[in-house]
Design a protein around this ligand. Structure first.
Ligand SMILES: Cc1cc2nc3c(=O)[nH]c(=O)nc-3n(C[C@H](O)[C@H](O)[C@H](O)COP(=O)(O)OP(=O)(O)OC[C@H]3O[C@@H](n4cnc5c(N)ncnc54)[C@H](O)[C@@H]3O)c2cc1C
Ligand code: SF4
Length: 329
């Protein structure tokens, strides 16, 4: 293993300054993704700035009825929080559908959002990968691409973003709080991750060294009836093959509000705005849900091994929305 230095900053300002001063430094939070990638030689930071123990783990109700989640709040604590369970079940379910209990005890909110793709060629330093080494090619294009993108991929990269949490947060219109060298700012979670385009090595819209300090979830009474459906290869401890986060509010059977986001279909969590537009203001039926999913998935460009994802995502959209409607959304 390559030698690296380790620092534990006293506060956010010191953490950001340390990253700003060293282009090879990386933040370490729970370490459940970064340390694995270091062992594989995929990431080779010379300095780890451990932000996992900064006092950023609070989960607080906000005066407007929303929720603020600190960047180092552990995934298990967030999933178990009574307000999350009551007001944002989609979030609790997405978290509990991810990884394992032990991993969720370590994994943080910030680290989960910024975890790297699970594309197997990205993780294999013997294979060509534009994300790992720009300009080397994309082994997944001609290789095994069953688990990869169907939407918004580029010739340079067809990877997907693996986070379940990010998909739920996209459906909830959450906002990410960030501190960077120039000061603090906020980024809607739907604008945090980039499409791969010509530069798949750039995964987010954040500048290098930006520290996520928290996530704010706006009040959304409709989210009390919300769902997360995830299809995976085994019942636990597996990443999504496809997933949907859904919020549905009906008024006398008519869709008053709906939020939909898909996971494991694109380089970023995919907010399904076209599907939402099809549904809003119309009497809900499972047939309408299927039409809405089609409106979103018409843009899909499946790869050689993953055409099955189109009907799969359509089916889980219909199921999630129908179950919410039947539960009295
Ligand atoms: C076997 C296995 C199965 C898994 N299954 C799933 C699954 O089904 N669904 C799912 O969503 N996830 C899954 N995961 C991934 C897991 O959720 C992530 O590894 C975890 O959430 C990352 O959080 P962390 O705190 O450990 O991040 P770290 O590994 O510490 O960091 C991850 C990245 O984020 C950066 N970072 C961390 N915190 C910050 C911050 N505050 N600001 C800026 N940058 C930061 C780091 O520099 C690094 O690049 C799985 C992981 C494993 C090992
Ligand atoms: S899909 Fe992206 S991450 Fe995977 S090999 Fe191609 S460039 Fe690398």
């Amino acid at each position: 293993m390559r030698a690296f230095r380790y620092r534990r900053p006293a506060d956010v300002a010191e953490a950001v300054a340390l990253l700003g001063a060293d282009p090879e430094a990386a933040y370490l939070a729970g370490g459940t993704n970064l340390v694995d990638l270091m062992k594989l030689g995929v990431q080779r930071p010379d300095l780890l700035v451990d932000v996992g123990r900064l006092p950023l783990d609070g989960i607080e109700e906000l005066p407007d009825g929303g929720l603020r989640v600190g960047a180092t709040a552990r995934n298990s604590d967030l999933a178990a929080h009574p307000v999350v369970r009551r007001d944002y079940p989609v979030l609790a379910r997405a978290l509990l559908a991810a990884a394992s209990g032990q991993l969720r005890n370590m994994a943080t909110t910030g680290g989960n959002l910024l975890q790297r793709t699970r594309c197997v060629y990205f993780q294999d330093t013997a294979k060509a990968c534009n994300k790992r080494e720009p300009g080397t090619g994309c082994a997944a294009r001609q290789g095994q691409n069953r688990d990869l993108a169907i939407l918004d991929w580029s010739e340079q990269c067809v990877a997907t973003h693996p986070s379940d949490l990010a998909v739920a947060l996209a459906a909830l219109d959450a906002v990410v709080e960030v501190v960077e060298v120039g000061g603090a700012r906020e980024v809607p979670v739907t604008e945090l991750h980039r499409s791969p385009g010509e530069h798949p090595e750039r995964e987010t819209t954040l500048p290098r060294g930006a520290l996520i300090t928290g996530v704010r979830i706006p009040p959304l009474p409709a989210a009390r009836r919300s769902a997360y459906l995830k299809v995976r290869d085994r019942a636990s401890f597996a990443f999504a093959v496809g997933s949907v986060a859904a919020v549905l509010e009906l008024d006398a059977g008519v869709v008053r509000d709906v939020r939909l986001a898909y996971g494991a279909v694109a380089h970023r969590p995919w907010r399904a705005y076209r599907a939402e537009a099809e549904l809003r203001g119309r009497p809900f039926t499972p047939e309408l849900a299927a039409l809405a999913a089609d409106a979103e998935l018409n843009a899909a460009r499946p790869l050689r091994h993953n055409a099955f994802k189109v009907p799969l995502v359509r089916a889980i959209t219909v199921r999630a929305l129908t179950e919410l409607a039947e539960a009295g959304a």
